[in-house]
Structures are given as structure tokens and as C-alpha cells.
Design a protein around this ligand. Structure first.
Ligand SMILES: C[S@@+](CC[C@H](N)C(=O)[O-])C[C@H]1O[C@@H](n2cnc3c(N)ncnc32)[C@H](O)[C@@H]1O
Length: 219
């Protein structure tokens, strides 16, 4: 997702209390960034952020960080948070960062992250761009550098080739597949507690089945 350049987006991001301005400076100190020291879950490529806003409300016992690399998209998430705040909702357990996920190991110490969500990640269909896919072995190696030993990655997409690629990368990277489905919304077990993302709502309403997998580093 890359929206048109939005005038003022950079300033809105710098001025927002919802945004961690210097992610790298918090490495090893994430337990003190939020009011409550509790497990940290992140979404990489959060887009407009509704998934995390809903999760943060449902799970006040978890801290959440949403990561997005484009100003023009992040500013939309900030606007949505401001709308929720105006309606009386001010989550204490959710923050955003504008950064490229390639630098995750510079931002989190090993063990600081308990769960990573990847939702409707960009497919990068050309073979020569495979390394940019957020479920590539290169990204799994980055996640290993920040996840707790028993940490998990949950991935949803409607893009079947990207999903099949991801299933193949798991053993190649020495990871372990815990669960998977090619049709989440008709899988009674895996759909329990499912929180829809903006893309998930759009694509499932067009009739596209949603694929989901859960993976971890060790068997
Ligand atoms: C297709 S959108 C999905 C948005 C949201 N997760 C959803 O399901 O509605 C993917 C988002 O991931 C972001 N993204 C892609 N690669 C990224 C990276 N390396 N680091 C941070 N964000 C990234 C894109 O800018 C885009 O906003």
C-alpha cells in the first residue's frame, strides 16, 4: 500500500504522541516504553492500523507496536487513533513506528518480542524480489534475532502464491509450522478470536479465501 504523497504527513508523524520517534534508541528498553511492563507483540506492515487498534482494545494485558514504512500510510493510522481518542478511547498499550522492517534487529533485543503479525504483506511477485517478501528466509532470520525462544509469527494473506512460497520457506529457514489453513474463515478452530484487518475485510467480501499460518523458530 502506498498512498499519494500527503502534505504535512511528516510533521503529523513527528508531532504525534502515538509514534516512537527514534525506534533504535529503545533497543533493550522496551519494557519501560509502555506504562505497563507486559508482553510485546508487533505487526510488520500494519497499513492503516485498524487490526492493532482492535487487538489493543481486546487485550490490555499485551503491549503492541505497529510498524509501517510509508509516511503517507502511517499518517492515516494516526488519524484513526485520533478519531478513537475523540470518541473516548485512548489505548495505553499501542504505539506506532515508521521504519523499514529490515532494521528490526537494530530496534529490538533478542527476546523482547513475543509475537509478530504479518497481515496481507506485499507479494513482491518477481523472483528477483523474493528477499523483500516478509516471509522470506532473510526476514525469518531477522525475526529470530528479536523473538523470544517460544515466540511465534502469524501470517494471513489472500495471495496463494505468496502463501505457498511462505510454507516452503519455513523448513528452508529451519523454522517449524504449527498450524495452517487455505480457508481461515471456514476453519472452525483457527478462526476463533480472529480479528479482521482492513485488507482481509476487503478481499474476503470479494469472495477470496484467506490463508493463515502460524510458525515458530523451533520444533
Ligand atoms: C498490503 S498492506 C496491508 C496492510 C494491513 N496489514 C492490512 O492487512 O490491512 C502492506 C503494508 O505493509 C507495508 N510494508 C511493506 N513492506 C514493509 C517493510 N519492509 N517494513 C515496513 N512496512 C512494510 C506497506 O507499506 C503496506 O502499508
Amino acid at each position: 500500500m502506498r498512498l499519494r504523497n500527503i502534505p504535512g504527513a511528516k510533521d503529523a508523524i513527528i508531532e504525534s504522541d502515538y509514534v516512537v520517534q527514534d525506534p533504535v534508541s529503545n533497543k533493550g528498553k522496551w519494557a519501560s516504553v509502555f506504562p505497563a511492563a507486559q508482553p510485546l507483540h508487533i505487526e510488520v506492515g500494519m497499513g492503516k492500523g485498524r487490526f492493532l487498534m482492535d487487538l489493543a482494545k481486546l487485550h490490555p494485558e499485551i503491549n503492541y507496536v505497529g510498524i509501517e514504512m510509508y509516511d503517507s500510510v502511517l499518517v492515516r493510522a494516526i488519524e484513526k487513533m485520533e478519531e478513537r481518542e475523540a470518541a473516548g478511547e485512548r489505548p495505553q498499550n499501542l504505539l506506532f513506528m515508521r521504519m523499514d522492517a529490515r532494521i528490526l534487529p537494530e530496534v529490538f533485543e533478542k527476546g523482547e518480542v513475543a509475537k509478530i503479525y504479518l497481515n496481507f504483506s506485499d507479494p513482491w511477485p518477481k523472483a528477483r524480489h523474493a528477499k523483500r517478501r516478509l516471509t522470506s528466509r532473510e526476514f525469518l532470520a531477522r525475526y529470530e534475532q528479536i523473538l523470544a525462544e517460544d515466540g511465534v509469527v502469524e501470517f494471513k494473506t489472500d495471495n496463494r502464491p505468496l502463501f505457498e512460497f511462505s510454507l516452503e520457506e519455513i523448513p528452508e529457514a529451519g523454522w517449524h509450522l504449527m498450524a495452517s489453513t487455505f480457508d481461515l474463515h471456514h476453519n472452525e478452530e483457527m478462526v476463533q478470536g480472529n480479528v479482521m484487518t482492513e485488507y482481509e475485510e476487503k478481499f474476503s467480501s470479494q469472495g477470496n479465501p484467506i490463508c493463515k499460518l502460524i510458525m515458530k523458530q523451533h520444533a
